[in-house]
Design a protein around this ligand. Structure first.
Ligand code: H2B
Length: 95
């Protein structure tokens, strides 16, 4: 069971995570790729990371756009260290 982080801790952590924002109790990132193919390749890489961490983002795709939302279900759908860990791993993917 993970504990929800407060908004101060989340916003401090987000300083090291480019493009991620704290919105509606979740971590959110909106990315526009050069092509649909790049967007799908990114989604596939995120999927592999998510499986490794047993922590899965909400993923929305429309053509070249991908939006990710991260929260932890057993923490009442709030943000925990698990979400920050996955966001940091996603950040390290070559985009
Ligand atoms: N993904 C996310 N984003 N949050 C969770 O709390 C979560 C998950 N929990 N993936 C995992 C799977 C849980 O449902 C399983 C049973 O470990």
């Amino acid at each position: 069971m993970s504990s929800p982080l407060d908004s101060q801790a989340i916003n401090a952590a987000l300083k090291g995570l480019e493009g991620w924002v704290y919105q509606d109790s979740k971590l959110f990132k909106d990315i526009e790729f050069r092509s649909f193919e790049d967007a799908i390749a990114f989604i596939n890489q995120v999927g592999l990371l998510a499986e490794k961490q047993n922590h899965h983002p909400e993923i929305y795709n429309c053509y070249r756009r991908v939006q990710l939302k991260l929260s932890t279900h057993d923490a009442g759908d709030h943000v925990t260290e698990k979400d920050l860990t996955l966001a940091r791993a996603i950040q390290l993917l070559s985009l």
